[in-house]
Structures are given as C-alpha cells and as structure tokens.
Design a protein around this ligand. Sequence first.
Ligand SMILES: NC(=O)C1=CN([C@@H]2O[C@H](COP(=O)(O)OP(=O)(O)OC[C@H]3O[C@@H](n4cnc5c(N)ncnc54)[C@H](O)[C@@H]3O)[C@@H](O)[C@H]2O)C=CC1
Ligand SMILES: O=C(CO)COP(=O)(O)O
Length: 328
Amino acid sequence: MRLETVSVIGGGAWGTALAQAAAMAGRSVSLVVRDADKAARINSSRCNEAALPGQALSPAVTAVAEAASADIVILAVPAQATRGLLAALDPALLAGRPVVLSAKGLETGTLARQSEILADMAPDAMGFVLSGPSFAADVAAGRPTAVTLAGDDASDASDLASALAGPSFRPYAADDRIGVEIAGALKNVYALACGAVEGANLGASARAALIARGYAEMARMVTAMGGSAHTLTGLAGLGDLTLTCTSIQSRNYQFGMALGAGRRTGDILAGGAALAEGVATAPVAAALARSLDVEVPLIDAVDAVITGKSEIAAIVAGLMSRPLKKEH
Ligand SMILES: NC(=O)C1=CN([C@@H]2O[C@H](COP(=O)(O)OP(=O)(O)OC[C@H]3O[C@@H](n4cnc5c(N)ncnc54)[C@H](O)[C@@H]3O)[C@@H](O)[C@H]2O)C=CC1
Ligand SMILES: O=C(CO)COP(=O)(O)O
C-alpha cells in the first residue's frame, strides 16, 4: 500500500491538527476546507486562524477547496456531517483507499457509527477509526500525544500507524473498530456529565464516581455491540475518558459546566457554543442502549438534561436512590 500523500477533509481544529501531524510524519498533505478564500488565507498566512489561532503550519500542508486524489484520506468533520460529506465526494477518491474516520459521535436517526456510515456510502473504501486523548491544540503544537488507530486488519492498521507517526504523535494499531468508536462517542456524553458536576458544584468525588461508573456503562455497551471491553483499557477508552472528563479545555466538559450552572441546551447553542459532540450523541446513545437492552443510567441522565426532560437536582437524587447492588 502506497502511503505518501494525505488528504484531510475538514478545516476545523481537528482536521488542521491532523494535517499538521501527518506533515510532521513526513507526508505531503492537502487540507480540504470549504471555500477557496479560506484556503488562500491559510496558505498565505501559514495558519488556520479560525481553527487553531497562532499555530504555524508545516510547509508540507497545503490548503485546498476541492479534494483531490491522495493515498490516505482523513475525514475530520463533525459526526453528523460525515454522511453528507461522503455523498458529495467523488467515489474514486475513496475506492480502495484507507479512509481514516476521526469524528467522535453516533449519527442521529440511524444510530450509526462513523464506520457504518462509510460502509453505507463508500463500500469500496478501507475504513479505519482514529480516537484517543488528543486535544487538537496539543497535537498541532507537537506536544506528545498517543492515539488508537483501528481497522479490521491489524497489519493494515500498523502500516497506516507507521505512515502517520511522528516525533510527537504516536498511533497504536488495533483491530476493534466497534470498541474504539463507541468509546470515542460515549466519552463525550460522560464529559458533559462531569462538566455538569463541576458547574453544579457537586464535588470531585462525584466526578470520579461518574468516570468509574461511566466506564462500566461503556463496557456494557461495547460488549453488547460485539466489541471488546479490553479495548477500553487503552487510549480510546480510559485515555480519552480521563482527558475529557477532567479537563476544562474539553468543549463537551465546558458545555456540561453551562448545563450544571442551570443553562438550557437551546440557550447554550444559541450563544454560539463550540462543537460539543455529546449533545447530539447522548439521545442516540440512549436509544441504542434501549435497542440493545443495556442499562445505562448515566447516558439516560445526560439525555434527560440535554433534552430538558429533567433537572440536574432530580437526576442526582434519582441516581443516588437507585437500589444498592454489587459493583461487578
Ligand atoms: N478538536 C479536538 O481537539 C478534537 C476533535 N475531534 C473530533 O473531530 C470532529 C471535528 O471536530 P473539530 O474539528 O474540533 O470541530 P470544529 O468545529 O473545529 O470544526 C469542524 C469543521 O468541519 C467543517 N464542516 C462542517 N460540516 C462540513 C461539511 N458538511 N463538509 C465539510 N466540512 C464541514 C466546519 O466548517 C469546520 O471547519 C468531532 O467529531 C470531534 O469530536 C477528535 C479529537 C480531538
Ligand atoms: O476528543 C477530544 C480530546 O480527545 C476533544 O474533546 P472535546 O471535543 O470535548 O473538546
């Protein structure tokens, strides 16, 4: 497999950071943004100011407004935009190519994972998922980061990991796409909950309990979907859950803080909040759990707060008065 050139589609924070990581790994990179003016601005200033202010881009990154053929395709648009993006792309750009899915979320309506969307829309593409504890600003600045890169074939995933690995970006190959995708999607839901704990001043002990019980829920979901709970011991599971559920830098955590302070979802969104994938994913994850008959009280709680069905105080009281049971 030739793995020299990379096309990163999506000119937000994560697409820009992944373009920079691929460039630092020695690849020649096109960053596909939505309009030609933006591409020209990035190329002349050598910075994507709107996405990663002040971050200088490697000379190996060229912004373009139209996707062109590349050995590796990386999709970095919000989870709800992936299907539309794939529908608009020339299928020849995807057929037989490794396509790396980097969005963390489940699709509204279909309940689909990102790799299921790819299989629907571009069945000839080779789907990989990239997830793990990795803030875009850290990756782009060359701060040490490690992620999981999963594909159906572990040896292909290893080749791709080698092509994207650089001095500060270390992808670990894996073969459990389901586990990695569910972990990436659900950690955003728990980050909303942990942010709400912070915003409502419920204490660090409550937040730690949420992380541990969230991990247990995640394991039930992954197992029910045919993934491996063992995957969750790695970067995409424990790694990203720890990062996102404890860091105010996380947009999901910030959104949760606003909910915890008593603000409504609609008002926070109307105020121009940054993308928080857990907001769309929480109701989808709750529906998915119902369809699989998996008990997920924390996902249900976040869904209830997001959709305005319940208040945080009532939810905390409800969670604390659930029947006592064995931990495992
Ligand atoms: N920012 C981060 O630190 C990380 C983000 N991610 C994931 O990456 C995904 C994208 O997040 P960010 O880049 O941070 O969000 P962002 O809000 O910074 O950027 C999203 C970009 O997608 C573009 N976009 C939206 N719809 C599009 C469409 N239909 N076609 C083409 N472009 C479209 C927007 O113009 C924008 O440039 C999310 O799923 C997020 O969870 C994953 C790891 C780290
Ligand atoms: O996925 C991320 C870090 O791994 C980014 O988290 P947020 O989208 O919550 O900022």
